[in-house]
Design a protein around this ligand. Structure first.
Ligand SMILES: [Zn+2]
Length: 1242
């Protein structure tokens, strides 16, 4: 083609030649009609030049050249067919070269409009010139996709009909048909055009092109399918196609192609057919037609055959998408989605979630509405995780833009008279330690072993101490009935308590604000700990008298084994059946009943009523193994875990009040969890796992005869949750503290659908699970599906595994939770609820979490949980054991802040160091230590928060120099479990009122949200006496993000993130709030600064963090979120998080507070001294100035916190941004996490 020689030979610069001709053409334009012959010649010459010389084309299209204008003007004005054809050929030549820039120029010069104009004129000729139409459509097909206004211009010019008529007339003329269809394809992408074309019968027309099946003209078919696919996006057209009976035709075509395209050369046609089906099935009528045409089977069979060929994935994925959409929606197999447990609130709130739940009629969740507004339709794509693309909203929507709300409010907002009652929880602020013998306390060893929960037993080996250490027992042990005794009460120390810690504070009884508290109830529910010295060394060698005692014990509140249910035969020694609860705890091992018996136990569990432990469905048949019950030795976890003691745990459970009145203890909580030493990496996702699972689900429809649908466990039949036991099914149980499993349905031999219970007084929040499985077979793979999850995505798709605890493993020396399960994935399933039942807020669809398990041991009892369980009884046990860690140098007090709705105590801890002496200076330093206020577990499902809190508490009670320094630096006020009821009853997010307690901080209700009400009051009291804490931090867990990170509050960063204009005074804010997270990011391996946020969101205005910041005025007010999954940075990158890492996090938090102290120095709190002496007034015998005794770590200078982190933080933010961007590319789910405010599980 390139013959530049010619030009050079003649010595004429080529540019002058083509430009000269164009000049000539331009001059003719005014009169081009009359000079038709010349125009023909000139355009022919230009065409020849452009065809033969690449250079010529370049010159015409070069910048500054008016060549294109001249050509278009000529096209517009000429009527001569030959000239038009010449010009169209010139344009075709010009626009074929280059990558769209030339088309861009053409479009910008109005070329498209001129082409449509020419098309219209040409269509009026009878008959129209076929060649002209061919040329015009070829050119339009080239230009169309690059011109955004193409569709509109086509419609306005009337070109749609011209093209459609041409198609109708040329169905047998592939040469012309192809470009026409190509143009039609572009027209159809415009939704208005699509409807208009549909009205003109184009859908039907296209089917004439498509059918019958033929391998001739495949390019034609491909284009026709594309056009049809585009048209079917319109619901009107989809309806037309469904009504016209085209769904079976498409399916038949697809089946034909699937059969005949053995070498997969026509993937695009097959995909095109599927796209048509996908779009038709976006409407209900289409789905109906699809199912009636046996579409499920057609696509299922073809897909199954495609599965082995990886290149066919797009077909399988689209097929799977269509099948999922058409899978008939079922309601959950439940009588109602309201919780299976009922808790009657003291009064039903008129509004709020509980109010709504109460007012909903019984049948409301029966409604499964399948409207045409299929919310997935527009966003679904063919990737495995199509859900990721949904629910995207701007992350900026939620930012607080009201500057008034961004400014901390001054004043506690309540009169001091009301707050004064909280003084009793701050004894340390007025304590003067007169009469306390510091010398003797220093010389005495750590011997006080008594527990705050069960101190009827006098501590052993503890020499009498004349002075009462101000520590209190939180749970009102019986011997301290002479309440309320404050530690410094001169009446107090009776001889008995000389050797035991001083009397506790009573649970709060604020008569003036009408808190009703039942002191007696609390006390009665606490049973004295078994005195260990009384125990015999062997459980078998126990004297009869003691056995009788134990039998009485058995009959008491709780026993996990109902012996008479065992074939009506009275059991052996009560002690034997009573697994491991009573025996010697000095040996390294414990002796417990044989594993065979353990296996049998779950079948003899008591009914859902709880107290009816001799349930009538206990006739499970003979348990022959049980009777043999060899006694096994198991590791004594009390010796492995400093804060664990199985016996003590059982005692604690006895005092825990649950709504279902649980009478059993789960083995993992009993034995305890010894964190494994091996690494648990994030699970790598198996390619195609979701698809495989979905296909198995679809098989339920395809092969209905394989489906058992046998209910094996059902809490809705309270007297008989275990339905039957024929040895062919697994046995389930969830009737223990923190348990959550409502129903189990055996779907296939080794597959179970599991349904979770909603939070009490609500009908959703299904996420937390904790249940027991037994009766398993070895050497087979069980598939579990939790079918009523609600979130649209989950870390289970990104490496997280559920936790499993094997009792057999525990017995053989590994009492621990391990991350377990393969083939894990999380996806939208075919269960749904009505939008009314969903509260109109959430999606109607449910999601499935599926995982597969191979059990290692026969007759094992295994437990599964969403995350490492941490029950309320565990907390009480840990607090009791912490008491034992107290040395004379430690000031530890445990109070009961209040009672929950469910009647459980909410513990409040005070930890600091004892003053060095009772000298004024020491007392003053003691009282004036800054306060650190910590809380956790407002959300019951976030058990990781409790493990972090355990790490914090253990560190604080430790003997390390750091812990010592820390105690000497601060007074810690800790509410380790803000929602005991939720934890006990297996809720995921709410309290018994069905409400998220972390959305109640603005105006907590005394009756409905007592723990929040009183915790907030403590803070208000502190604000009132000018002792607002230095740091407030509420520990949480995050289900959608990795790492540990913090949310804080900053006016400046909020303003930055929004577009509100703010005065400079709003931007004057020191960076104090960044210091603690910054330190944590340096010292705690799991902590990630990049994930932190300091923006105040509207949806969070009633969270602890925002309210404590705004109302109490705590600048360093945080939520600390720990991942439930694992880390993607730092030392633990690629690993799932375990209790070891979580506890370490809690300890590192303490270390960070020490570093923070170095930064903040003394001066910030100097002024408190004067104020404080005013308030404490007469009681205080201290002077108002103290030496700087609590400056530690002098190797680093103490300095004020006006450190400018900005330079640093800018870099860091940039880096964070980059990282985040990279991460988003890697994990598309992150986008959703970033945008969906609901996902910040604060
Ligand atoms: Zn939370």
């Amino acid at each position: 083609m390139n013959r530049p020689k010619m030009a050079t030979e003649k010595g004429v610069p080529s540019n002058s030649r083509v430009m000269m001709l164009l000049g000539q053409l331009e001059r003719m334009n005014g009169d081009i009609v009359r000079q038709a012959e010349t125009a023909r010649q000139v355009t022919a010459k230009i065409l020849h030049l452009i065809q033969t010389q690449e250079k010529s084309g370049k010159e015409v299209m070069s910048k500054g050249s008016s060549g294109m204008e001249v050509i278009l003007a000529s096209l517009e004005s000429t009527r001569d067919v030959q000239t038009i054809l010449n010009i169209l050929s010139i344009l075709t030549e010009l626009l074929t070269v280059g990558r769209g820039r030339r088309v861009g120029v053409f479009v910008s010069k109005g070329g498209t409009g001129i082409l449509f104009h020419t098309l219209l004129s040409a269509s009026k000729e009878m008959p129209p010139s076929e060649e002209l139409m061919l040329q015009l459509h070829s050119l339009l097909a080239k230009v169309g996709p690059k011109d955004r206004k193409f569709g509109v211009a086509a419609r306005l010019s009337g070109a749609l009909n011209v093209t459609v008529n041409l198609i109708k007339q040329n169905l047998q003329n592939p040469k012309l048909l192809l470009p026409c269809l190509q143009v039609l394809r572009v027209y159809s992408t415009n939704s208005v055009n699509a409807i208009s074309l549909g009205k003109n019968g184009v859908v039907e027309l296209l089917f004439k092109v498509l059918a019958p099946y033929s391998k001739k003209n495949t390019s034609l078919l491909k284009v026709a399918l594309d056009a049809l696919g585009a048209l079917l996006k319109s619901k009107t057209n989809a309806r037309r196609a469904a009504d016209g009976g085209y769904v079976p035709i498409l399916l038949a075509l697809y089946a034909d192609w699937h059969r005949n395209d053995a070498r997969h050369r026509h993937m695009l046609i097959r995909k095109g057919l599927l796209v048509c089906l996908r779009n038709i099935t976006n409407i209900k009528l289409g789905r109906k037609a699809f199912v009636e045409a046996d579409g499920m089977r057609v696509l299922y069979n073809s897909s199954t055959e495609c599965l082995p060929v990886r290149t066919l994935d797009p077909l399988v994925n689209t097929s799977s998408l269509i099948m999922r959409k058409c899978f008939p929606k079922n309601r959950l197999p439940l009588p109602t989605i309201k919780s299976a447990f009922v808790f009657q609130l003291p009064h039903v709130p008129g509004t709020g979630p509980a109010g709504r739940t109460y007012s909903q009629g019984p049948g409301v969740d029966d409604v499964v509405d399948e409207s045409d507004d299929n919310d997935e339709a527009d966003t679904e794509n063919d990737t495995e995780n199509e859900e990721d693309e949904k629910d995207q909203q701007s992350p900026n929507d939620d930012i607080e833009t009201d500057l008034n709300k961004l400014h901390p409010r001054k004043g506690p907002g309540r009169p001091y008279e009301e707050l004064r009652v909280y003084e009793r929880f701050f004894v340390e602020l007025s304590e003067d330690f007169q009469g306390f013998n510091f010398e003797s306390s220093k010389s005495s060893s750590n011997t006080s072993l008594s527990s705050p929960f069960s101190s009827s037993v006098a501590p052993v080996r503890s020499p009498p101490r004349p002075i009462i250490v101000p520590t209190a027992q939180a749970f009102s042990p019986k011997h301290t009935l002479s309440l309320p005794g404050l530690p410094k009460d001169p009446q107090l120390p009776p001889p008995a308590s000389a050797s035991s810690p001083p009397a506790p504070l009573t649970p709060l009884q604020l008569d003036n604000i009408h808190v009703s508290k039942d002191q007696e109830k609390t006390e009665d529910s606490h049973i004295p700990t078994t005195d260990r010295r009384d125990r015999t060394l062997s459980p078998l060698g126990r004297p009869p008298t003691e056995a009788q005692t134990i039998e009485k014990d058995l009959a008491h509140v709780l026993e996990r084994v109902s012996l008479d249910a065992l074939d009506g035969v009275l059991p052996l020694d009560a002690d034997e059946a009573h697994i491991g609860v009573k025996q010697d705890d000095v040996s390294v091992t414990r002796q417990i009943q044989s594993p065979l018996l353990l296996g049998g136990l779950s079948a003899r569990r008591s009914g859902g009523g709880g107290s009816n432990w001799s349930s009538d469905c206990g006739s499970e048949g003979p348990e022959d193994e049980a009777a043999e019950g060899a006694v096994l030795e198991v590791p004594d976890t009390a010796l492995l875990l400093p804060l664990h003691d199985p016996d003590l745990y059982v005692e604690m459970v006895k005092g825990t009040l649950s709504v279902p009145q649980y009478a059993e203890v789960a083995y993992p909580d009993y034995f305890g969890h010894v964190a494994p030493t091996f690494r648990e990496p994030l699970l790598e996702r198996v390619y195609g796992v979701q698809r495989a699972k979905i296909f198995q689900d679809i098989e339920r429809l395809i092969h209905p005869n394989d489906i058992l649908d046998k209910v094996v466990y059902d809490l809705d039949i309270p007297s008989c949750p275990v339905i039957e036991d024929d040895g062919e099914s697994l046995k389930f149980n969830s009737q223990f503290e923190s348990g959550n499993l409502r129903k189990a349905v055996q779907v296939r031999k080794f597959e179970y659908d599991l349904v979770l219970n909603s939070d009490i007084n609500s009908n959703h929040y299904h996420q937390w699970f904790y249940f027991e499985v037994s009766g398993m077979k070895v050497g087979t793979t069980y598939r579990f599906n939790i079918i009523n999850c609600e979130k649209s995505n989950s870390q289970f798709n990104y490496g997280m595994q559920a936790l499993m605890y094997s009792v057999q493993e525990a017995i053989s020396g590994s009492p621990r939770w391990v991350r377990t399960g393969t083939d894990i994935c999380y996806y939208k399933n075919h269960f749904a609820r009505s939008s009314i039942a969903a509260g109109g807020l959430k999606g109607k669809s449910y999601y499935t979490l599926t995982f597969s398990i191979n059990f290692k041991h026969k007759d094992d009892v295994c437990y599964f949980a969403y995350h490492y369980p941490y029950t309320y009884s565990t907390l009480k046990m840990h607090l009791s054991k912490l008491e034992a860690l107290r040395t004379p140098q430690i000031y530890l007090r445990q109070d009961v802040l209040c009672e929950t709705l469910g009647g459980n105590g909410c513990p409040l801890l005070t930890i600091t160091a004892m003053p060095e002496s009772n000298s004024n200076d020491h007392i003053c330093q003691f009282r004036n230590r800054p306060l650190i206020f910590l809380s956790a577990r407002v959300h019951p499902g976030e058990t990781n928060a409790s493990w972090v809190m355990k790490g914090t508490l253990e560190f604080l009670m430790g003997s390390s120099p750091l812990a010592n320094s820390l105690r000497e630096s601060y007074i810690f006020k800790i509410v380790p479990m803000l929602n005991p009821d939720g934890v006990i009853n297996g809720n995921h997010r709410c309290s018994l009122s069905g409400e998220d307690l972390n959305r109640q901080w603005q105006s907590p209700n005394l009756e409905l949200h007592p723990t929040i009400y009183h915790t907030k009051s403590l803070l208000q009291y502190l604000a009132h006496i000018q002792r607002a804490p230095l740091v407030f931090c509420d520990y949480h867990g995050h289900s959608r993000k990795k790492n540990v990170f913090m949310y804080g509050c900053s006016v400046k960063e909020t303003v930055w993130q929004s577009n509100i204009s703010a005065t400079s005074s709003d931007l004057q804010e020191d960076l104090a709030y960044r210091a603690l997270p910054k330190i944590l990011s340096q010292i705690a391996p799991a902590f990630s600064m990049a994930s932190c946020s300091f923006v105040v969101e509207r949806s969070k205005e009633s969270t602890a963090r925002v309210v404590v910041w705004r109302e109490i005025g705590v600048q360093r007010s945080y939520t600390m979120e720990s991942t439930l999954c694992g880390c993607d940075q730092g030392k633990y990158k690629g690993l799932q998080i375990g209790t070891r890492e979580l506890e370490e996090m809690g300890a590192q938090f303490c270390v960070a507070l020490l570093r923070l102290k170095r930064l903040t120095g003394l001066r910030n709190h100097q002024h408190l001294l004067d104020l404080e002496s005013d308030i404490i007034g007469s009681q205080a015998k201290v002077v108002s100035s103290c030496p700087t005794t609590y400056v530690l770590d002098e190797d680093e200078p103490s300095f004020l916190e006006a450190i400018d982190y900005s330079a640093e933080s800018n870099d860091e933010d940039l880096e964070a941004e980059n990282e985040r961007a990279a991460e988003v590319r890697e994990h598309p789910d992150l986008l959703e996490q970033l945008s969906d405010s609901d996902n910040h599980r604060e």
